[in-house]
Ligand binder design. Structure first.
Ligand code: NDP
Length: 248
């Protein structure tokens, strides 16, 4: 079957997302980067800074929490792009608070962006992948979805949910050539993480067996592998990229 080499990456202009987009472009994909419509000017600025052109990256304003909006946007893409080969569900947020103090909106916002997005974005794409008999779906979880983290009951719940979603959907895609996998990054050196107080960052790094943060490129390399044709026999798996932080 001919490859179309089109990938959709949600939050593909964020810290890790930018590295995923760059890597998939260098792997020969045309990447559709979905970004928050509320962040239009930041997305345009990012696009110019990365010096992309329409032949390698297309910007798509799409709020991943908007079920109908995602369906409309994805149907529009499918009408022009023939196929989407690879979907990377990367958009995610944190709204940290000790559970005793966690507000309903902190809970709901995280569940909406980190979990409901999986339905909103994947549901309109999955039937086309199954019908074609090819697809790669990669969902970004987190080490904190595997081990839990103080102050992140909402986030850890959502990232553990990403793994359940991955395994269940993998069972539905396996027979028809659609693989579904998760990546569970450890602490990664995005601008947000690097902006933490130096003493907090030092304490985190001290606990990581390899004694440093992951680079966004290291997460992107794992995405690149799972997105490749060679990864056809891997599905329902969660690949930890965490410097040995949580050895199962
Ligand atoms: P960033 O905040 O840099 O990137 C998150 C991206 O998601 C942004 O581009 C953001 O866009 C987008 N996004 C958020 N809400 C929406 C929405 N409603 N609709 C569309 N896009 C949205 O974070 P990271 O790069 O660090 O995180 C990327 C993924 O990796 C997340 O799923 C995160 O949970 C996970 N992860 C990160 C780790 C780390 O150490 N950095 C460790 C483990 C997992 P915008 O800013 O424009 O809203």
């Amino acid at each position: 079957m001919a490859a179309n080499n089109v990938a959709l990456v949600t939050g593909g202009n964020g810290g890790i997302g930018s590295a995923i987009t760059r890597r998939l472009v260098s792997d020969g994909f045309r990447v559709i980067v979905a970004y928050s419509p509320a962040e239009e000017s930041a997305a345009q600025k990012w696009y110019r800074a990365e010096e992309y052109s329409e032949k390698d990256v297309i910007l798509l304003p799409m709020d991943v929490t908007d079920t109908n909006g995602c369906e409309r946007s994805i149907n529009k893409i499918l009408a022009t792009e023939k196929y989407i080969d690879v979907l990377v569900n990367n958009a995610g947020i944190t709204r940290d608070a000790a559970f005793k103090k966690m507000s309903a909106s902190q809970w709901v916002d995280v569940i909406n962006v980190n979990i409901n997005s999986l339905f909103n974005v994947t549901r309109p794409l999955f039937p086309a992948m199954c019908e074609r008999g090819y697809g790669r779906i990669i969902n970004i979880s987190s080490v904190n979805g595997l081990k839990g983290q103080f102050g992140q009951v909402n986030y850890s719940t959502s990232k553990a949910g990403v793994i359940g979603f991955t395994k269940a959907l993998a069972a539905e895609g396996a027979k028809v050539g659609v693989t579904v996998n998760a990546i569970a990054p450890g602490y990664t050196g995005t601008p947000m993480v690097e902006a933490m107080k130096p003493d907090v960052l030092a304490a985190i790094t001290e606990e990581i067996p390899v004694r440093r943060l992951a680079t966004p490129d290291e997460i992107a390399a794992a995405v690149s592998f799972l997105a490749s044709r060679e990864a056809a026999y891997i599905t329902g798996e969660t690949l930890s990229v965490n410097g040995g932080l949580y050895m199962r």
